[in-house]
Design a protein around this ligand. Structure first.
Ligand code: C2O
Ligand code: CU
Ligand code: CU
Length: 431
């Protein structure tokens, strides 16, 4: 069609990086480069083709997290790529402008592959977003901020140490932003848009600015919010994204921080799950003279509300241990089928005393309630991943459109990757 076609090449390979600048080399993996991968970008209406080449010594896959696309293009555990092979999924982008991402999803190996560095951002554009006065010059006033935590051994290798008490996976003591330790960003405009991605395998962050100044929360997982929220914190569990616009003053330095996240797991579990941890994430260094930026509008993109009363099915997904509804993931078991062009309501609940979160493939959903209460601003737009505090059920509405395939499933799972790998995942088909 006249909207065009985008062809990307993505080569998964082993890498090496000196993260500390002291000669200690870490063995890593990345797409095209040594760690992480290029930001891919496409516009609504465009056809995307990605030629994914696997130059790793083992099988992997590449999943387009947050993307609405046919199940066989999804890059989940059923679309693995053998070493030396190429996989070329193609689909047409048909969803709002958003900050999505991509990462491997081989069953049982996802944590390890992501931890080594296999991940990248996938930005979608559309006319509605382009019509709003928002910073959108990539690398000028609009930046990807991929936040990950890592542990390093003395010799500089990545170290996979899991706290047995929390049982949530690896919590690192060193933060990387876009693969950089101790990063800063030179800001040359009055306002800067940060596309925050929690690319960590287990850790939840509670982002804010060091002086507690409010910022504009304009978008979440699936795109822009209906209205800008002026907040001073945004909490993201693994896999979640937020787009924020920060005001800076000439010549100042202001630090993006993560303060203690509210995990809702109780004092002791909280400490083991990273609930007491604080990090400086990224220092913003404003130039003495700043180019003008337009004010962030209050109204962003209207949201068509899904009607829960019209739901064709209601399901409960209960997370406990490493199971969902008391079952562990099995590659050849389909857990349920949903009917195309219908709306469903799912109630998702964490029955444990430790953190989980919930992610579903193919669709963006709307949060109807959190523990029975109306969702906060950060959950007022399209989402594909949401934190699950213990015993606080989340009700969501989802609508499955366009793509159906009785044979190839989509996944839903905990995005704490250690849990996902251990079986806290299920599969559904759209028919
Ligand atoms: Cu980001 Cu099924 O994953
Ligand atoms: Cu996903
Ligand atoms: Cu979990």
């Amino acid at each position: 069609d006249d909207r065009g076609r985008r062809v990307f090449d993505l080569l998964a390979r082993d890498g090496r990086r000196d993260f500390h600048g002291d000669g200690r080399i870490t063995r890593t993996a990345g797409f095209d480069g040594d760690f992480l991968g290029p930001t891919l970008r496409a516009r609504r209406g465009e056809q995307v083709v990605v030629n994914v080449v696997n130059r790793l010594a083992e099988e992997t896959s590449v999943h387009w997290h947050g993307m609405h696309l046919p199940a066989r293009m999804d890059g989940g555990p059923h679309q693995t790529i053998r070493p030396g092979a190429t996989w070329s999924p193609t689909w047409t982008v048909d969803q709002p402008a958003a900050t999505l991402w991509y990462h491997p999803h081989p069953h049982g190996q996802t944590e390890e592959h992501v931890y080594r560095g296999l991940a990248g951002m996938f930005i979608l554009d559309d006319d509605r977003e382009a019509a709003l006065p928002l910073p959108r010059r990539y690398g000028v006033d609009d930046f990807p901020v991929i936040v990950q935590d890592r542990n390093f051994s003395r010799s500089g290798e990545f170290k996979v140490t899991r706290n047995v008490f929390a049982g949530i996976g690896v919590l690192g003591d060193t933060l990387l932003v876009n693969g950089t330790v101790g990063p800063y960003l030179d800001v040359r405009t009055e306002r800067v848009r940060l596309r925050l991605l929690n690319g960590s395998t287990a850790r939840t962050y509670n982002f804010g600015l060091a002086d507690d100044r409010p910022f504009a929360l304009i978008g979440t997982d699936g795109g822009l919010l209906p209205r800008t929220a002026r907040v001073n914190r945004v909490q993201l569990s693994p896999g979640e994204r937020a787009e924020i616009v920060v005001d800076v003053r000439p010549g100042e330095r202001v630090t993006l921080r993560s303060t203690a996240p509210e995990l809702g797991v109780g004092a002791l579990a909280d400490r083991f799950a990273g609930g007491a941890d604080r990090f400086d994430v990224l220092e913003l260094r404003a130039a003495r003279t700043l180019a003008a930026s337009p004010a962030v509008p209050d109204a962003l993109v209207p949201l068509d509300r899904l009607d829960p009363a019209a739901a064709a099915a209601t399901r409960t997904l209960s997370f406990s241990g490493r199971d969902i509804n008391d079952r562990s993931m099995e590659m050849d078991r389909i857990d349920f089928a949903v009917t195309r062009d219908t709306t469903e309501v799912w109630e998702v609940v964490n029955r444990d005393g430790t953190p989980h979160n919930f992610h579903v493939h193919d669709v963006q959903f709307q949060v109807l309630s959190v523990g029975g209460a109306a969702p906060p601003p950060a959950l007022s737009g399209w989402k594909d991943t949401v934190y699950l505090a213990p015993q606080r059920p989340i009700r969501i509405a989802l609508r499955f459109t366009d793509h159906s395939d009785p044979d190839v499933p989509y996944m839903y799972h905990c995005h704490l990757l250690y849990h996902e790998d251990a079986g806290m995942m299920g599969q559904f088909v759209v028919v």
